[in-house]
Design a protein around this ligand. Structure first.
Ligand code: DGL
Length: 308
């Protein structure tokens, strides 16, 4: 194969996108808008969610297993880790393991929030795992002189949003759970608004929370700016692919939906949130959890160091 054949083959390959569940669809939506000619393989690791309430070693092991699987089974040309929790826990190790392979992560948009705030008070909603991570602590430390951050770990919210698309559960019941959690977490950072001392900017530091945007907007009020990361991540992905000369030219764009959980959940979420062009079916896949085979810490570390 000549070099130009190799680049051409790589260009037609899909981009892998994964999250612990349906949250990463908010990033996929932006990716498809920015890169309409690209094909995507979206993996929802719902069978092992929520990541935000597990330890770092567990999330790192899942991230590593999924990346290896997507590369081997789908020959992905790049990976978007569409999950703040997995990015915080695992992206450093992943980049070390696959040098030269384009890996794009997401992190809570604190810098754009600093640029946007007028009152200097910023609310941050994220999972327990993200908030507890060293990566987030560094990000926060670098910006703390420029604004006041009220950081709220939101236990249970990603799971409630996940359940809100569960077929068979009445819409009103699942919406009530999301609303109650959002109200509880936003109450901890009031007041909201544009007056001095109020929170005027809210960072959605988990990709799931984008799908609770309407509820959050209603609770926080129209003056508060909600900041998420889908579009900046999509633009960054385009830049990295262009640098690698790996943008698809005229490839027919496909989206494959895969899940380690219930295909109907992912299907329902994609139909609701991807709208036009949402794939008609999702497929269940099995990506073994290394913690099933051995003691969790042993299995995770063996996997990360490539000795299995
Ligand atoms: N969507 C993920 C994130 O962005 C995490 C959800 C979970 O806790 O599984 O952090």
């Amino acid at each position: 194969m000549t070099r130009s054949d190799a680049i051409h083959a790589a260009s037609a390959a899909p981009i892998g996108v994964f999250d612990s569940g349906i949250g990463g669809l908010s990033v996929l939506r932006a990716l498809r808008a920015e890169l309409p000619q690209e094909s995507f393989v979206y993996l929802a690791d719902t069978g092992f969610a929520p990541y935000g309430e597990r330890g770092d070693a567990f999330v790192r092991a899942r991230t590593e297993a999924i990346t290896a699987w997507l590369k081997a089974e789908h020959h992905i040309k790049a990976l978007v880790v569409a999950c703040n929790t997995a990015t915080a826990a695992a992206i450093h190790d992943l980049r070390e393991r696959y040098p030269g392979f384009p890996i794009i992560g997401v992190e809570p948009a604190l810098k754009p929030a600093v640029a946007a705030t007028r009152t200097g008070r910023i609310g941050v909603l994220a999972t327990r795992g993200t908030v507890a991570s060293a990566k987030f602590a560094r990000l926060l430390a670098n910006l703390q002189a420029q604004a006041e951050f009220i950081v709220q770990p939101c236990a249970g919210l990603a799971r409630a949003i996940e359940h809100s698309v569960e077929p068979g559960v009445p819409g009103t019941q699942s919406r009530a759970e999301v609303e109650a959690l959002c109200a509880r977490y936003l109450d901890a950072m009031r007041p909201f608004g544009t007056q001095p001392g109020a929170v005027d900017t809210l960072v959605l530091g988990c990709t799931h929370y984008v799908f609770a945007e309407a509820v959050l907007r209603q609770l926080a009020g129209p003056a508060v700016r909600l900041i998420e990361t889908g579009m900046p991540v999509a633009r960054h992905t385009r830049r990295l692919l262009a640098q690698a000369d790996a943008l698809a030219a005229h490839a027919p764009a496909d989206v494959y939906l895969l899940t380690t959980g219930h295909p109907q959940w992912l299907q329902a979420a994609a139909t609701r949130w991807l709208k036009a062009g949402a794939p008609r079916s999702a497929t269940r896949v099995h990506i073994p959890n290394p913690t099933q085979a051995a003691a969790p810490h042993l299995a995770a570390s063996a996997l990360l160091h490539g000795s299995t």
